[in-house]
Design a protein around this ligand. Structure first.
Ligand code: ATP
Length: 222
């Protein structure tokens, strides 16, 4: 480890389908890193997202595109842990894996959009995973800021509101709402454009665009 890297780090885990990874993902990861003084952000492509239609593009392709997109940013990393595990990609298993891997004292934050957070109660091992790591919830158009008080079951009683944007779990982890630039970009839109042969330039990074063309991905809506 280099001498400037602290042993106890603040680490963001950015899970998603990344089908494909786009500038909206990259820009919000960068803003979150800055706002929350994270040492690094780990992009974790899902092998098989249990809450979404199964992606028509393999996890290996999605992982490779994420690797190309983040290359050159020393604070961004890629993990293929969900590919190694295969089967349904449950975030609770991923969180547990990184908890075990990280140095004691490190802080873990799972980064998700407010659209995804509003469904967090449907995740496996809800609400126990709140003990394992914090959550940074990015405001996304049309979905209001994260509050555990809106979640069903006992979760609300486990949290104390610290301020407008922060809630603390009784285990010490936190749920934080984050304002990020709202880039109106989605993977769905990119897939639709690519399927019609329309340009996807500036929606994805140039290496990702080249990869999509070379591998002939998204030629039909997927
Ligand atoms: P799709 O259109 O296929 O549903 P998506 O880009 O919305 O794709 P994911 O790839 O699973 O979905 O996104 C990973 C995470 O990034 C999610 O938490 C999602 O809310 C968030 N996200 C996606 N696009 C943006 C964006 N433009 N700005 C901020 N966050 C985003």
């Amino acid at each position: 480890m280099d001498t400037e890297t602290p042993a106890c780090q603040r680490i963001g885990l950015f899970g998603g389908t990344f089908n494909p990874v786009h500038i909206g993902h990259l820009r919000c990861a960068e803003e979150i890193r800055e706002q929350f003084s994270l040492h690094r952000i780990v992009f974790v492509p899902a092998f098989m997202p249990p809450h979404k239609k199964q992606p028509g593009v393999s996890a290996q392709h999605r992982c490779e595109m994420a690797r190309l997109a983040i290359a050159g940013n020393p604070c961004f990393e890629l993990s293929d842990i969900e590919l190694q595990r295969e089967g349904n990609s449950y975030s609770c298993d991923t969180i547990e894996y990184f908890r075990r891997q990280s140095t004691p004292g490190s802080e873990l934050f799972f980064i998700i959009g407010s659209d995804a957070f509003s469904e967090v109660h449907t995740w496996r091992r809800y609400p126990e995973f709140f003990e394992q790591c914090g959550f940074i919830v990015m405001n996304r158009a049309g979905v209001c800021a994260a509050s555990p008080f809106n979640l069903p079951g006992d979760a609300a009683r486990m949290f104390t509101r610290l301020d407008e944007n922060t809630y603390e779990h009784r285990s010490g982890t936190r749920i934080c709402s984050a304002m990020v630039s709202s880039l109106d970009v989605s993977s769905t839109d990119i897939r639709t454009r690519a399927a019609c042969g329309r340009t996807i330039s500036y929606l994805v990074t140039p290496p990702v665009e080249r990869y999509i063309h070379e591998k002939r991905l998204y030629r039909q809506a997927s």
